[in-house]
Structure formats: structure tokens, C-alpha cells
Design a protein around this ligand. Structure first.
Ligand SMILES: [Ca+2]
Ligand SMILES: [Ca+2]
Ligand SMILES: [Ca+2]
Length: 565
């Protein structure tokens, strides 16, 4: 096993040598500081030819393999490349006592570790490697304000602004689609979220990834701002079935999540790698999320190609749609954060700005980050790509609460949710294709044409759906019959009962005593497809348990109501 010659590096330091080519300027500054204090530094090492990963993905795209063959090949190809190019340096680092916290990632084609300055400098001498600090990333700043706990039958304003209810009316709610959030975690106990966690019906480890503490079930580590991941998830999938209080774009979708308490480049790459194969079997694809929402940034400008941008592109090549918050560093030109400012293609990285959805003019948020980007790629230099509602968005919060919040952290999940609705309608389309549908049908705002505040404009998921109809095979929604638990329960004297019908049907909903005599008839007649509410007023009845029955064609459902006075 090769040993790194530490003495050589120390000698160079003593001579006051200039930085080596493969060491980033920021790492160089940190090294100068560490040389004085003697501390170890968290570092990521990538191949200086990491850009090769791009052609690898493109090659697999051009081959136009069906996804069930492309994904296993992509994963096998990345693992192979990692073995060939990085396993020997892993071995070298593993043999050094001064090196700790050593982790390799095939999805990012990188190695992360902590080491003293002399080890880092020696590696920096090797022209095969680029070295950088394992930076901490940032959650865009925002302040949550407590919001009403329950708004029965409410639909949050921003969902209507992007035309989500028009897709719901057609039966598209995201059913059968998996959304992943890379964030601070999720409060699993929130009534708007707990029902749709994928880990409820699959092994939890395939539905929750904790890159730092390796916990088994979802939790939210978000401290600043409080409960960030619970808030972003609510905008994507949130719906409280007991009240039909709807805060999420794709409330029929299932969610999985990575809960990152460190939010560093290496931990986010670990989460992106997990997202490519949550069940650890590259031959299965159902476990992979269709959409990955990233409401975090690194404010520092630059166009750095690292393991993180590699992993994003690989996930996209595997068919997922990766969506990024543009950041809240506006309104200065060029304020879109990294990696949202990257520009490999028109849709990678896909940056989302925010508008005020409560104002019919949809003005751009003051803090919404602005383009252009100086990062060179196939995409044009205009940023962001699109905008979505992000001003005073009411969403789920910690401890079963709700909050209103603002910023691109909450506009990005509107886009992620919209993609979930489209994915249900067009399951054969890739994440990239679905993002293009939204891009091409966005409604222009601000100055005429694509611009550096609004990008292509506000997304319109219904217009995107119509565009998709013209270019793809649509899958008709499979809808369910449901009678949900009433809300509130217990109640005094009024409660509301939610139910769903898949096709125009004759529906009868009645309330009975435990002995079977009918005390109220809530619905009796033709009902349009969709989710509906019926109100039961028990003011003339004694306290006790009542049974609510729904009969519609073949379907029969029942629930218990508790009147307490
Ligand atoms: Ca798999
Ligand atoms: Ca662009
Ligand atoms: Ca415009």
C-alpha cells in the first residue's frame, strides 16, 4: 500500500510555496489558517477529469435505452468508474491514521474525508485530483409565522395559481408517483403528511435516509429556520384527510425523504446517491423517486463542477426530475445561488424563483434571486428557469402546526408537485421531459419574453398537461372510492364528512344510530367525480356514537361519528 509522504509536503510549506493547482482557493485559505491552528479540515476530492461523468450520462441518453435498462447500466458504469479511478486513493487515505471520516461516493465520483493540512497538500500535488472544502450548504433564510391550525375544505391559494385544481378535477393527484425531499427531514406525525409516507407500506429504510445519524424513521432536524423540511414537504403533498385542508399540489403522491442535519456537500451527495437506488438493488426502479426537491443553496457565487453537480446530473440521467430553489439573495443581478446557477442544460440545474401568489399581478418577490448566470453550458444564461408562488405560503409545520412562510424554498416545491401531477398523466416521460413541458408552457410575466426575474414565467400545470397530450400518450387516472373520517370528531354539533367518487355516480350518504335507524341523509343524488364534503348537523340529537354510511354503486363505506355535548 502506498503511503503519502508527509515530510515532502511539510517541507514545501516551510518554503512558503504557492497553492497547488488542484486545490481550490477557498481550501487554500482554509489550509493557511489550519497550518497555524493545526486543525484538520473536511475535504472533498474529485477527479480533475470529473467532467467525463457528463459524457457518460449523455452517452446513455443517446443510446436511448429504455429506462429499465439505462438505470442499471448507469449505476454499474458509475460504480465501475469509481473503482477504477478512486478506489486506490481511498485505500491510500484509509491507511493514514491522520485521516478520518472517510467516505466514497460513486454517484458523485468523489471521496470525502477529514485530514490535516499536510495530507491535503500532498494530494493537491497530484494532477489527477481536485480538492475543495466540504462546504456547508445553506437553507435560504426565511421566518415562519404561525398560521391557523385547520381550515376545513381549504385549498391554498398558490395551488390554484398554478392551475393544480384543474388536474385534480381530471383525477390527477400524483397517485402512483414518488416525491423525494432533500431537506432537514420531515415531521412524520403531521396530520397533513403522515398518511402518504412511502415507509407506511414499504420497509422504512427504503423511504427515509439519514446521512449523519442513520435513524430509522423520519424526523425534522431543521432548527434555523424551524421545521424547514416539514414546510417544503407540505407544499408538495400535504392534505389533512379529516378536514380536506389542502396545502399540497400532489396530495395523492407518496413521499420519501433524506433528513440531513449537516447539509454539507458530502452528505447531500450521499443522499442523492441513495435516491438513485433506495432499495439497494439497481435492477428495481420503482424505489427511485420521480422528483427530487432541493430547497437549499450555497450562496457563494461560482460555477464549480463538483461531486454534487455530478450527482444531480446522474439522477437526472436516471430519469428523475431534480428541482432547485433559486435562493433568496435577490434582487441584485446574478444573485442565483450555486448550484441553481449551474447551466449544464436548459433544465439542469432547474432554478425556481418566487412570486406573490396572493396578488393577481403575481409580482416577483423582492428577495427572489435574479439571473443572469455566468456559468457556461448548453442552456442560455437567463435564470431562473421559471417562477411559482412563494409569498406567505401556508404549509405544515412542526408538532402538527401550520405556518406561513416566504421564499424560493416554497416556490420550488410547487414545481416539484406540478411535475408529480404530470408524471401520473405521462409516466413514460422522463423528469427532464416533464420539466420541459412546464418550461414551454409557462405564462410570461414582467418584461416581455424570458427575463432574469421571472425566467420563462409562472408555471401552469394544466397548460403543460395539454402540451403533453399533444406529444405523448396519456395515462387515464385510476380513482378511488373513499369515505374519510369526519372532522372534527368528536364534534358538537356540526361536523364535516369528506368522500371521493371516481366517476359521475349516484351517491347516498346517511347517518344512523348504532341500532340502525336513520337520523340524517347527507347526500342522495348524482355527484360529479372528485373530492367532496358533506356537513352533518347533530344539534337535535343526543350525545353518542353514530354511524355514517356511504353507498355508491358497488362501493360501500362506513365511519363512526362521536357526538359529545
Ligand atoms: Ca433499486
Ligand atoms: Ca436558463
Ligand atoms: Ca417575461
Amino acid at each position: 500500500m502506498k503511503k503519502v509522504t508527509l515530510g515532502f509536503a511539510v517541507a514545501l510549506l516551510a518554503c512558503g510555496t504557492t497553492a497547488s493547482a488542484g486545490v481550490s482557493p477557498e481550501l487554500e485559505r482554509a489550509l493557511e489558517g489550519a497550518a497555524v491552528t493545526g486543525e484538520t479540515l473536511p475535504v472533498i476530492l474529485t477527479l480533475s477529469s470529473t467532467l467525463e461523468a457528463g459524457p457518460l450520462a449523455e452517452m446513455l441518453d443517446i443510446q436511448n435505452l429504455p429506462r429499465h435498462r439505462r438505470v442499471p447500466e448507469l449505476i454499474a458504469g458509475l460504480k465501475q468508474r469509481f473503482r477504477v479511478s478512486l478506489s486506490s486513493v481511498m485505500d491510500r487515505l484509509g491507511s493514514l491514521e491522520a485521516v478520518s471520516d472517510l467516505r466514497g461516493s460513486w454517484a458523485g465520483l468523489m471521496v470525502a474525508f477529514r485530514a490535516p493540512p499536510e495530507v491535503i497538500r500532498t494530494l493537491g500535488e497530484d494532477p489527477a485530483f481536485d480538492l475543495d472544502l466540504d462546504h456547508r450548504l445553506a437553507i435560504p433564510s426565511t421566518t415562519p409565522h404561525p398560521a391557523p391550525a385547520s381550515l376545513p375544505a381549504h385549498t391554498e391559494r398558490g395551488l390554484s395559481v398554478i392551475n393544480a385544481p384543474k388536474l385534480w378535477a381530471l383525477g390527477y393527484t400524483g397517485r402512483g408517483v414518488t416525491i423525494m425531499s432533500l431537506d432537514t427531514g420531515v415531521d412524520l406525525d403531521h396530520p397533513a403528511l403522515r398518511r402518504s409516507w412511502r415507509g407506511n407500506r414499504l420497509p422504512p429504510w427504503q423511504a427515509w435516509f439519514d446521512p449523519v445519524y442513520h435513524t430509522d424513521t423520519p424526523r425534522d432536524y431543521g432548527l434555523d429556520p424551524l421545521g424547514h423540511g416539514t414546510m417544503t414537504m407540505g407544499v408538495m403533498v400535504g392534505l389533512d384527510p379529516s378536514t380536506s385542508d389542502t396545502i399540497g399540489v400532489a396530495f395523492g403522491a407518496e413521499w420519501i425523504a433524506a433528513g440531513d442535519s449537516a447539509i454539507s456537500i458530502s452528505t447531500q451527495v450521499a443522499s442523492l446517491q441513495w435516491a438513485m437506488d433506495p432499495d439497494g438493488n439497481p435492477l428495481t426502479l420503482d424505489d427511485m423517486p420521480d422528483i427530487v426537491n432541493c430547497s437549499w443553496t450555497r450562496g457563494n457565487p461560482g460555477c464549480k463542477q463538483t461531486g454534487l453537480t455530478t450527482a444531480i446530473s446522474m439522477l437526472e440521467a436516471a430519469g428523475a426530475a431534480v428541482v432547485f430553489a433559486a435562493g433568496n439573495d435577490g434582487p441584485a443581478p446574478g444573485s442565483v445561488s450555486w448550484p441553481a446557477r449551474m447551466n449544464r442544460t436548459e433544465t439542469d440545474v432547474f432554478a425556481v424563483g418566487f412570486v406573490n401568489g396572493h396578488d393577481p399581478a403575481l409580482p416577483i418577490g423582492e428577495e427572489s434571486a435574479r439571473g443572469p448566470t455566468e456559468c457556461v453550458g448548453q442552456g442560455n444564461t437567463i435564470k431562473p428557469e421559471v417562477v411559482a408562488p412563494g409569498e406567505k405560503v401556508r404549509t405544515s409545520w412542526l408538532g402538527g402546526q401550520y405556518a406561513t412562510v416566504s421564499g424560493t424554498s416554497f416556490s420550488a416545491p410547487h414545481v416539484s408537485g406540478a411535475i408529480a401531477l404530470l408524471k401520473q398523466a405521462f409516466p413514460e416521460k422522463s423528469g427532464t421531459e416533464l420539466k420541459l413541458l412546464l418550461l414551454e408552457t409557462a405564462r410570461d410575466l414582467g418584461e416581455e419574453g424570458e427575463d432574469n426575474a421571472y425566467g420563462r414565467g409562472i408555471i401552469d400545470v394544466y397548460a403543460a398537461y395539454l402540451r403533453g397530450l399533444a406529444t405523448g400518450v396519456v395515462t387515464l387516472p385510476v380513482r378511488a372510492w373513499s369515505l374519510w373520517q369526519n372532522y372534527p370528531n368528536p364534534f358538537n354539533p356540526v361536523t364535516s364528512v369528506r368522500y371521493e367518487v371516481p366517476t359521475r355516480s349516484r351517491v347516498r350518504i346517511t347517518v344512523h344510530t348504532l341500532l340502525g335507524s336513520e337520523v340524517a341523509r347527507l347526500v342522495d343524488g348524482e355527484v360529479a367525480p372528485g373530492i367532496h364534503a358533506a356537513v352533518f348537523d347533530g344539534r337535535d340529537l343526543p350525545s353518542g356514537v353514530y354511524v355514517c354510511r356511504m353507498i355508491a354503486g358497488e362501493f360501500q363505506g362506513a365511519s363512526k361519528l362521536l357526538l359529545l355535548r
